[in-house]
Design a protein. Structure first.
Length: 404
């Protein structure tokens, strides 16, 4: 019972829906991690765009431990100070009038989709229930969100999918014009597709969606689960685009590693979620809310947000230097600290082959689909860690090229 767990225990005891790497990290500090053997890694993965302030940031540790000594959980029969403070902070910093708190991105999106359906139902009638989403989009793994997502491999094999969902082409307004009509209740879109390959929307596309939604009295939902909470260099990406949604979802970086999600919306829309229409046991949990509040207040400052852009430029320069030497990338793209490097034709589908090599060199990275290397480090990663991480990445890339 008291034996130290090993990687073999994963295969023995865990449902096999993941295939984790061999090393088991046991400790983290800033943008460095150490595994069971004491090997050190630089973290360019950030827990998949979650660890917005790196590991064990003192501000988040302080918020968590202070709350841990005060109050852990109440249920929604009562409200609590951290949840109210977080909601107020998000409202004051965004377009939103109202906030719904939950524990993950999928839950935030589930709430957003149900809210849109309920709003249309109550204001227009049963017929107005169609949802427009996009090919390659990703919105979570609940059955509704995975059906709205545009990657059939994730929703296939689970029986009949919910009806009334159609998919257009990302960054192609004409494809939306063909799909949207007065029976459409919502358009859901990521301002930059994350899992779909780090593909930023064009400003014209998002503005065009806003106009089409207005023309058809449909709600525009921005899924900012991956792009939000400072990741792109503004608190939320919509602020950079200057296009305001009716509903916005956030999670991942919002909690800096503590499970939390939020759905933001306007008074006009929120009103249909009357008591009893929707809920979640852990939504607004005091621990989660205290950490998220500390994260938002730390991130949403000119210094931290400007630092995201500076680090973006630095990482891009490093990737371009690596590419000039090795020619493995076709395009380097992204916003802020969500950066994708698409593989060159000679390395098509090989992005995942970089990950174990990088790990051997002491670097954690990510992919976004088979063809894109994805980097989502801490928003405050030190420049020295970027330089060292890039040196390790270059060694991994050189090994990929040598083995070609
Ligand atoms: C990760 C992600 C989700 C799902 O979030 P979970 O916390 O895993 O439920 C939804 N939408 C986008 C854009 C994401 O990147």
């Amino acid at each position: 019972m008291s034996q130290t767990p090993t990687r073999a225990d994963f295969d023995r005891y865990m449902v096999p829906n993941y295939a984790p790497q061999k090393a088991i990290p046991v400790r983290g500090e800033g943008s460095r991690l150490w595994d069971q053997e004491g090997r050190e890694y630089i973290d360019f993965a950030g827990g998949i765009a979650v660890n917005s302030l790196g590991h064990c940031h003192p501000v988040l540790v302080e918020a968590l431990t202070a709350q841990a000594n005060r109050l852990w959980h109440l249920s929604n029969v009562y409200t609590n100070e951290p949840a109210l403070a977080l909601a107020r902070s998000l409202v004051e910093r965004t377009f939103a009038d109202k906030v719904y708190l939950c524990s993950s991105g999928g839950e935030a999106n589930e709430a957003a989709l149900k809210l849109a359906r309920r709003w249309a139902h109550d204001h227009h009638g049963e017929h107005k229930h169609r949802i427009v989403s996009f090919a390659q989009s990703f919105h979570g793994r609940t059955f509704f969100t995975v059906s709205v997502g545009g990657q059939p491999k994730y929703s296939a094999g689970f029986g009949p999918v919910p009806g009334g969902i159609v998919h257009g082409e990302f960054n192609d307004l004409d494809s939306v014009r063909d799909l949207i009509d007065d029976d459409t209740c919502a358009v859901m879109v990521e301002p930059m597709q994350g899992e779909g390959g780090i593909v930023p929307a064009t400003p014209e596309f998002l503005q065009g969606l806003r106009d089409l939604c207005d023309a058809h009295d449909a709600l525009l939902i921005f899924d900012e689960v991956q792009t939000g909470a400072g990741r792109t260099g503004s608190l939320f990406a919509y602020q950079q685009y200057g296009v305001t949604p009716d509903i916005l979802t956030s999670a991942k970086s919002l909690g800096g590693g503590f499970p939390v999600g939020a759905m933001l919306t306007t008074d006009a829309v929120a009103g249909v979620f009357t008591p009893g229409t929707h809920g979640s046991t852990y939504g607004g949990n005091p621990l989660a809310s205290a950490v998220a509040l500390a994260a938002v207040e730390f991130i949403d400052t000119p210094e931290v947000l400007a630092g995201v852009q500076q680090r973006h430029d630095l990482i891009r320069e490093h990737l371009e230097t690596i590419n000039r030497k090795h020619g493995v990338f076709r395009e380097i793209r992204g916003m802020g600290l969500l950066i994708g490097a698409e593989m060159a034709p000679g390395y098509a589908g090989r992005a995942k082959d970089i990950l174990p090599l990088a790990l051997e060199e002491g670097l954690m990275a990510l992919i976004a689909g088979p063809n894109v290397l994805r980097l989502a480090p801490s928003l405050v990663i030190p420049e020295a860690d970027i330089a060292e991480g890039m040196a390790r990445l270059e060694r991994a890339v050189a090994r990929l090229v040598a083995a070609q």
